[in-house]
Design a protein around this ligand. Structure first.
Ligand SMILES: [Zn+2]
Length: 425
């Protein structure tokens, strides 16, 4: 095959059909009825089922003649939880699985929908542990209804399952057949999110968008979506954090989260997601807050290393393009008094000055500045607040080379990854 210069070739894998908008949850009964009237509903601890939106939904489902079982996920789901849930439901027959909640219930529902019919253990398919048998299906139709703005799980083909503790791991059950039939994104469902969760989920969404954008597997279509998503986060994250009742801000964050899921399913992620997996497996650190704690230093490291090792990398121009989003301070990105004007060289951190003042470094600087500002304004903790110490670094490094690390725009050595974690302690 000849490879002629021109517009790059790319492929986009399966996406869910999407219903987005305030009040979209009202469409759920009609959408689910296409598949039948027997539902398995997987949701979080209790907040949705006792909310006004939950009560309205269950009344509507009852009136439309549905029957259902409910299963609850109170933590990030484990392979054991998935297997037990599937085993406990054998003998029943469901027309559709509805996942309603944050990333954990959605991932749990996605995995259960995949395994209800075949009935085997999810350990057969989990990446990086066990036999990694190909998933044959068939899956039960899955409808995803996110109630947080962060993981993008409503648009992805993988369910992340966790085992915590000394021999813990976080690994994906991944297949195109697991993608939801429908994603119903109703930003009104985000109105009850607590601020700490808004901060964590928002940093996850931004990290996913940025890692997708600079991924070695990015393409023109995901680039366009990722940039639009980062712009939406820029304009709305702090406003949503300060006031969850701000319907414009939460709509933009729900949109950004959806875009992050669409992008990451096509492009993979990067070093933040590579490191956050073992962090969450070995320490009590939620996914989103873990991303928030790592993303500034990971971005700084990527830019530094690209400048030093691969100055012609297209990822450097992309960091510059993200930096441009932050060059003019938008209304929702107030800078505190002691912070200096962007572009003032005397304020540049020494790590960025190393290696000279290259184009990408200059361009990426407003991005680093914005990430530092978010960490402060969103009150993000540091790794040491969770008891992570220097002694934990070798084990974290050794377990950070999952699928995400493979699409980081620059290859990281073990000592690079150790330095990244050390800078976040
Ligand atoms: Zn994530």
């Amino acid at each position: 095959m000849s490879s002629q210069p021109g517009f790059p070739a790319f492929a986009i894998a399966r996406l869910p059909r999407i219903e987005f908008g305030a009040g979209a949850l009202r469409k759920l009964p009609a959408i689910a009825a296409q598949y039948g009237k027997r539902l398995l509903i997987i949701t979080g601890a209790s907040s949705f089922t006792v909310s006004e939106a939950g009560k309205t939904l269950f009344t509507a489902l009852q009136a439309a003649g549905f029957t259902w079982e409910i299963r609850r996920v109170t933590h990030e789901p484990s392979p054991h939880w998935v297997d037990e849930t599937v085993a406990g439901l054998q003998g029943d027959s469901f027309d559709a699985v509805i996942g309603i909640g944050g990333g954990s219930p959605l991932d749990a529902a996605k995995a259960v929908a995949g395994l209800l019919k075949p009935g085997n253990s999810v350990m057969d398919h989990l990446e990086g542990v066990g036999p990694e048998l190909p998933y044959q299906g068939s899956s039960t139709p899955f409808i995803a209804v996110p109630t947080t703005a962060g993981t993008g799980s409503e648009a992805t083909k993988n369910a992340v399952l966790s085992v915590s503790g000394e021999h813990g791991f976080k690994k994906s059950f991944r297949d195109d057949k697991l993608v939801a039939e429908y994603a119903i994104i109703d930003p009104d469902l985000l109105a009850t999110c607590p601020p700490a969760q808004i901060a964590a989920n928002g940093m996850d969404a931004f990290t996913q968008l940025m890692e997708a954008y600079v991924s070695t597997r990015s393409n023109p279509l995901t680039d366009a979506l990722a940039l639009a998503g980062m712009e939406a986060v820029r304009d709305s994250l702090l406003a949503f954090y300060r006031d969850p009742a701000d319907s414009v801000a939460r709509g933009k964050m729900a949109y950004a989260s959806l875009l992050s899921g669409i992008c990451l399913a096509q492009t993979g992620l990067g070093s933040v997601h590579g490191v956050v997996a073992p962090l969450g497996a070995f320490h009590p650190i939620g996914h989103g807050v873990g991303c928030g704690m790592l993303v500034t230093e990971a971005t700084r490291l990527n830019i530094d290393l690209l400048e030093a090792r691969e100055p012609d990398s297209p990822a450097l121009a992309k960091y510059t393009a993200i930096g441009k989003l932050f060059e003019e301070t938008p209304p929702n990105l107030p800078l505190s008094g002691e912070e200096q004007e962007v572009g003032d060289e005397s304020f540049l951190p020494p790590s960025l000055i190393r290696g000279g003042l290259g184009r990408g470094f200059f361009g990426g600087y407003p991005l680093i500045h914005a990430l530092e500002s978010w960490a402060k304004q969103l009150n993000l903790p540091r790794l040491s607040d969770f008891g992570v110490t220097e002694a934990d670094i070798p084990k974290l490094v050794a377990n950070s080379r999952g699928s995400s690390m493979k699409t980081n725009p620059v290859e990281l050595t073990d000592s690079d990854i150790a330095n990244l974690i050390r800078a976040c302690l």
